[in-house]
Write a protein that binds this ligand. Structure first.
Ligand code: CP
Length: 305
């Protein structure tokens, strides 16, 4: 994987995904306290043109734990982009200051575009309503740790399947890995048809608008936020806001060992009463972001652990 861009989850084979899981396990055991010097002298550039808490900070934490350093743009207004510099020029310059670039951008395809102007690897940390492949890797890692295998799992993805980039990459990966997919959303927020076609090549997902009807089948409930910022107008958002609310009563209708995941941030999708139950795995999931991103960085920078 040395030198590889990660723009889409399809850039990785199933074998490579499992190699990342193995490295993440080893690194999470080995790297405690002061970390290690695996990436000493290496520089991560994190360029975030949209807000982020988990992705940016877990990448920067991962780099620090591996002995490297990070430079970052977290507020485009503070960079020369605000003077009219193009993304292409910005990327060429930052590429000359760093060994790997992590980019989040509001436009679909921006990470792919950035990779054309960078000699070093580019990692897509979310491009518009496109994909978020490293979120998918930590989601899959969490399912694998909790359920021991992914093949054969019944996974229900609930909420905004239209604009939610995390679920676009996740759905593609899950069907490739042999999971059974249930897609649960209001009609207005259904999975885009091009993705549905791509997913259906591997297996036919079951589609519903009722989590209550589907929940008895599920091993994993993967909830998502309705992506308010991507709706062309607020009235459309208000029609579907709060479509689903996961609470203890609903979960009592599911399997005894069903787990609840969410890429976070959440708004109203999961009642806080679920947080202290055995079902809740979303905070563990976010925590797994550090070892998984350590594994990704070490692999694409050619330093196996
Ligand atoms: N899950 C996720 O991408 O979170 P952030 O937007 O906080 O990075």
């Amino acid at each position: 994987m040395t030198g590889r861009d990660i723009i889409s989850i399809s850039d990785l084979s199933i074998e490579e995904i499992f190699e990342i899981f193995g490295a993440a396990e080893r690194l999470s055991k080995a790297v405690t306290g002061r970390g290690i010097d695996l990436l000493k002298g290496r520089v991560l550039a994190s360029l975030f043109f949209e807000p982020s808490t988990r992705t940016r900070l877990s990448f920067e934490s991962a780099m620090a734990k591996l002995g490297g350093t990070s430079i970052s743009i977290s507020d485009p207004a503070s960079s020369s982009l605000s003077k009219g510099e193009t993304l292409a020029d910005t990327i060429k310059i930052i590429d000359s200051y760093s060994d790997v670039i992590v980019i989040r951008h509001p436009k679909d395809g921006a990470a792919k575009l950035a990779s054309r102007f960078a000699e070093h690897p580019v990692i897509n940390a979310g491009d518009g309503a496109g994909q978020h492949p490293t979120q998918t890797l930590l989601d899959l890692f969490t399912m694998w740790k909790e359920k021991k295998e992914i093949s054969g799992l019944n996974v229900g993805i609930v909420g905004d399947l239209r604009y939610g980039r995390t679920v676009h990459s996740l759905a593609i990966a899950l069907v490739r890995m042999g999971a059974n997919l249930f897609l649960i959303s209001p009609e207005e927020l259904a999975m885009p048809s091009h993705l549905l076609r791509a997913i259906s090549v591997e297996s036919s997902p079951k589609i519903s608008n009722s989590l209550e009807r589907i929940i008895p089948n599920l091993d994993v409930v993967y909830a998502t936020r309705i992506q308010k910022e991507r709706f062309p107008d607020e009235a459309e958002y208000l029609k579907v806001a709060d479509s689903y609310k996961i609470n203890a009563k609903l979960l009592s209708k599911g399997k005894e060992d069903v787990i609840v995941m969410h890429p976070l941030p959440r708004v109203n999708e999961i009642d806080s009463e679920v947080d202290s139950t055995k079902y809740a795995k979303y905070f563990d999931q976010a925590k797994n972001g550090v070892p998984v991103r350590m594994a990704i960085l070490s692999k694409i920078l050619g330093e196996e652990y």
